[in-house]
Design a protein around this ligand. Structure first.
Ligand code: ZN
Length: 318
């Protein structure tokens, strides 16, 4: 929360400083404005002292002062407009209009704070910058064309697959089923997996996204002392782990056992995992051998991506 507070405080400071600079510019350019500002400033202490004294005719007096204040603001606005400036030129332009970058609206935490927290969680998850443009909303289903070898519309199949993933993300709770996203390269598996990650983060759960290579690198760094501080706990502690592109990592006895360790630990502890891969089941079995294969086959729900390579379609149509 502290870092979110820092972000908001910085935004507020910048907006206030920029407004002060614009106000100084206005004062240089508009004669008579300083006087109006002084009048506006004088209304507030009068309102305050009225509140303290209270007594007879309080409401009428208070109303009159409010009306006076309103008229002065109108006068100020008119001066700005006559000089060719927008009426709010002297006011701070806060990043969040709802809360004025204070983080609170009517005593409740503002939406912008939640968004900012989610953004921090995106970066902590490893999804980072790429994720800002990748969500279910930015997925273009028109790139899924043609029919499968079984004569079924690729678009229809992918639509229902995407719906399933949206539902999965929306209803996610820790322990939700594991998913294996399988299919050729350029079919949007990473996009869908990231979108699931983003949606689950937005629900407030911890998500870690890592390529299969990144994952085994981290275990190697710890095991072989290259970087004993490398963080591997995050793979076993998060609510949702996304292992992207299984099959592209360098394979050795060590990497196989590291992968098995993570996959098995998460199954044993009912922690959800999403794996994407370009490999087919036969390849998975031959590369990863029975113990990883049987877990992916038996304990993960398989979602098969079909269609043509979207990156190639995009390239060709440019
Ligand atoms: Zn806000």
């Amino acid at each position: 929360m502290d870092s979110v507070r820092d972000v908001l405080a910085l935004r507020r400071e910048r907006a206030d400083a920029a407004a002060e600079a614009r106000k100084a510019e206005l004062l240089r350019k508009i004669p008579g404005l300083a006087g109006v500002y002084a009048e506006i400033a004088a209304v507030i202490p009068r309102l305050l002292s009225l509140g303290v004294s209270g007594g007879e005719g309080y409401e009428q007096k208070s109303e009159a002062l409010h009306a006076e204040h309103e008229n002065l603001i109108k006068k100020k606005n008119a001066l700005l407009a006559a000089a060719g400036f927008p009426e709010d030129y002297d006011l701070p332009q806060y990043f969040c209009k709802a809360c004025g970058d204070t983080g609170f609206v009517g005593g409740k935490v503002c939406r912008c704070v939640k968004e900012e927290r989610a953004k921090i969680a995106y970066y902590a998850s490893g999804l980072g910058k790429a994720l800002e443009g990748q969500s279910f909303d930015t997925l273009d289903l028109s790139y899924y064309r043609g029919t499968t070898s079984g004569g079924i519309s690729v678009r229809k199949m992918m639509e229902s697959l995407v719906e399933y993933c949206k539902y999965y993300a929306k209803s996610f709770t820790p322990g939700a089923e594991n998913l294996l996203l399988i299919g050729g390269s350029g079919l949007g598996k990473t996009h869908i997996a990231s979108s699931i990650g983003k949606a689950v983060i937005n629900k407030g759960y911890s998500v870690v996204y890592e390529s299969a290579q990144g994952l085994v690198d981290a275990y190697e760094a710890v095991r072989f002392g290259k970087d004993p501080s490398a963080d591997t706990k995050r793979f076993t502690e998060c609510d949702l782990l996304i292992i992207d592109d299984l099959g592209t990592e360098f394979c050795s006895q060590f990497t196989l056992s590291a992968l098995f360790g993570v996959i098995n630990y998460r199954l044993m502890n009912k922690l959800s995992t999403v794996v994407t891969t370009n490999l087919g089941f036969a390849e998975i079995e031959s590369i990863y051998k029975e113990r990883i294969y049987s877990r992916l086959r038996g304990e993960y729900k398989t979602l098969v991506f079909c269609g043509e390579d979207i990156r190639r379609i995009k390239r060709d149509s440019e």
